[in-house]
Design a protein around this ligand. Structure first.
Ligand code: IMP
Ligand code: MG
Length: 170
């Protein structure tokens, strides 16, 4: 069965620290927090309340996994946010970086829209990506190379609602 990897309290503590780090990093300019749906929705909701400076919030929908627990290597953009990126600091928010395909592909796409900067924040980083073009500047936790669920992360659309993060491998 599932093994808890990060408790609800671990996550709350780290998300509050990340919000402070992000607030300290972006001293001036307009900030847009761009969440990658669906899996980042809980993280984004908690994180933005801990970023102590004004910012806009929008989302993209990217899909790369289907119902399998291994990466298909393809990333599809199913929904594109409507907020203009030009001249803004764009902070992409991911739940977990695994192969890095999602961040690479979305980072490339967003840079064409003339933002002032593009950085990424991920709650979890597996550190297994072969080539990361967009290295996340803000990382919540280094994650084990296992399949994790909860706090927005799913396995075939299940387990997103868990308030903690668990491994479904033995
Ligand atoms: P990528 O392989 O870095 O492109 O990861 C793409 C997406 O796959 C992430 O945003 C997650 O939504 C999902 N993903 C990767 N690893 C896991 C995992 O361990 N559990 C649940 N979803 C995952
Ligand atoms: Mg997912």
């Amino acid at each position: 069965m599932a093994r808890v990897v990060f408790t609800e309290a671990d996550i709350a503590r780290r998300v509050a620290e990340l919000g402070e780090e992000i607030g300290g990093h972006y001293r001036d300019g307009e900030l847009l927090v761009l969440g990658i749906l669906k899996s980042s929705f809980i993280f984004v909701a908690d994180l933005v309340r801990k970023i102590p400076r004004p910012h806009e919030i929008d989302f993209l929908i990217a899909a790369s996994y289907g119902d399998a627990s291994t990466s298909s290597g393809k990333v599809e953009l199913l929904y594109d946010g409507e907020t203009a990126l030009e001249g803004k600091h764009v902070l992409l928010v991911e739940d977990i970086v695994d192969s890095g395909n999602t961040l690479n592909r979305i980072g490339r796409l967003l840079r064409k829209r003339n933002p002032k900067t593009v950085e990424a924040c991920t709650l979890l980083h597996k550190h297994v990506a072969a080539e990361l073009e967009l290295v996340p500047r803000f990382v919540g936790f280094d994650a084990p190379p296992e399949f994790l669920v909860g706090y927005g992360l799913d396995y075939a659309e299940d387990f997103r609602h868990l308030p903690y993060i668990a491994s479904i491998e033995d």
